[in-house]
Design a protein around this ligand. Structure first.
Ligand SMILES: [Zn+2]
Length: 222
């Protein structure tokens, strides 16, 4: 669904199955953020078709972090010729599970091949640009993406409406998550697009959300 000019959102709405929200920036480098689980890609494909897009129209697919409900779809998209990227620490984190995977399944883990790695700084997408913010804590190699000039923050699983990412999964780190949240709180955000749940529109509402999170984490509105 069209969220605003050149921005499409594909929220995950199933009550019984977990997957992430996906977002598409329709610029000169058409960019899909968090394609989600591989087995759910056909849902995303059907929703994108309603807006006139196919996966072949996508130039670049990014994952905010290495959890399968966000990044697994990169494998199939890459097979269609879409460039793929995540943070180098996210890639290493996935590779670190190779031995466990082999023991569990007797097979090699499907190998993610990144075309490049996301790192702190500006990612140029033709006339558009994303500011990549390294925000570990929920997962190693977690990044948030600020669409420059638009005030749109794609926050992955770092911050949600009235909640933050869990830190009890492998590679989670509460102290790092707090640092990452503090980094995000300083940004000028007009639309917050999280990896799960509803997006938050309006500077006031985004500020209020961070205020609530500050109270919840620090016990104060500082
Ligand atoms: Zn996650």
């Amino acid at each position: 669904m069209k969220l605003r000019d050149r921005l499409y959102a594909y929220p995950w709405e199933s009550m019984t199955e977990n997957n992430c929200n996906a977002y598409l920036i329709d610029g000169p480098v058409r960019t899909l953020i968090d394609p989600g689980h591989a087995h759910a890609l056909h849902h995303l494909e059907a929703k994108m078709a309603q807006d006139g897009f196919t996966f072949e129209d996508v130039h670049l697919a990014l994952a905010t972090h290495p959890h399968p409900d966000h990044c697994e779809g990169l494998l199939a998209l890459r097979d269609l010729g879409v460039k793929t990227a995540m943070h180098v620490d996210a890639d290493s984190f996935i590779r670190s599970f190779n031995d466990q995977w082999r023991q569990m399944t007797g097979q090699e883990m499907p190998e993610f091949q990144m075309d490049f790695y996301l790192k702190e700084g500006t990612l140029e997408l033709g006339t558009e640009s994303l500011q990549v913010l390294e925000t570990p804590g929920h997962a190693p190699g977690s990044v948030c993406l600020l669409w420059e000039g638009q005030g749109v923050l794609f926050s992955g699983d770092v911050v949600f409406a009235q909640s933050v990412g869990r830190v009890d999964l492998p590679g989670g780190d509460a102290a790092q998550l707090i640092e990452s949240l503090e980094k995000l709180m300083g940004l000028d955000v007009e639309l917050l697009c999280p990896g799960h749940g509803p997006w938050i529109e309006g500077r006031g509402a985004v500020k209020e959300n961070f205020y609530i999170i500050r109270q919840y984490i620090f016990g104060t509105g500082r």
